[in-house]
Design a protein around this ligand. Structure first.
Ligand SMILES: [Fe+2]
Length: 212
């Protein structure tokens, strides 16, 4: 299904991939720091842990992963191959480059919600998120007021630094989400500097930077 702001692909994850990922997440021994103002606000609401992996290790992914993990709380461990296979499949499915990206694994307890927010970006780039729901109740995900139902194994991609996004209702069980972040130049998504949405995001980015 495709809406104007979100690309959604049902059953993107196979049953085997899903169990392999859950098994891996169960071995992660890490509690997220929550010193950053924006992250602590978000984590309190998400009621769980966030594990940040810098895949590309470029200047921009270093900046984003350090900021979004609450101050350099980036995982040192190497990820299993399955994650790299997924990155390959995502980038061919939505036709985006994979050279400048990171992964955030979110592991939430019962009762969490994601409050409305924009993801941080870097000037000249869009933070494009491709999320996979690995373990979860069905949930309503809202992007810029437009909502859709996300089921387990769905992949959904959207411009996270350009549109405000949130979940509608608290979750009733544990939830594991893979959030692949692609730092893309405007042109990779058919946008440019003069796009009204890009200009709005630059104003939002300035507000973010005040707290950095
Ligand atoms: Fe987000």
């Amino acid at each position: 299904m495709e809406s104007s702001h979100i690309k959604q692909f049902s059953n993107f994850l196979t049953a085997n991939e899903r169990s392999e990922i859950i098994e891996y997440v169960n071995t992660i021994n890490h509690k997220s720091q929550a010193e950053n103002v924006h992250l602590s606000h978000l984590i309190k609401k998400i009621n769980g842990n966030s594990h940040m992996y810098d895949i590309s290790k470029t200047d921009s992914t270093k900046e984003i992963t350090s900021f979004q993990s609450g101050g350099n709380d980036v995982m040192k461990e190497e990820l299993p191959d399955i994650f790299y296979n997924l990155i390959d499949r995502i980038t061919t499915t939505v036709n985006i480059p994979k050279e400048n990206m990171f992964l955030q694994i979110v592991d939430m307890d019962e009762g969490g919600t994601i409050g409305g927010h924009y993801d941080a970006a870097i000037d000249g780039y869009i933070n494009y998120k491709c999320n996979i729901s690995v373990l979860s109740d069905d949930y309503i995900f809202v992007v810029d007021g437009e909502d859709l139902t996300i089921k387990e194994n769905d992949l959904y991609c959207f411009e996270a630094s350009l549109y405000k996004h949130w979940t509608l209702n608290p979750f009733h069980s544990r939830r594991i989400l893979l959030s692949f972040g692609f730092i893309l130049p405007y042109s990779a998504l058919g946008r440019n500097e003069n796009d009204p949405r890009v200009r709005l995001s630059k104003r939002i980015e300035k507000i973010f930077q005040k707290d950095r």
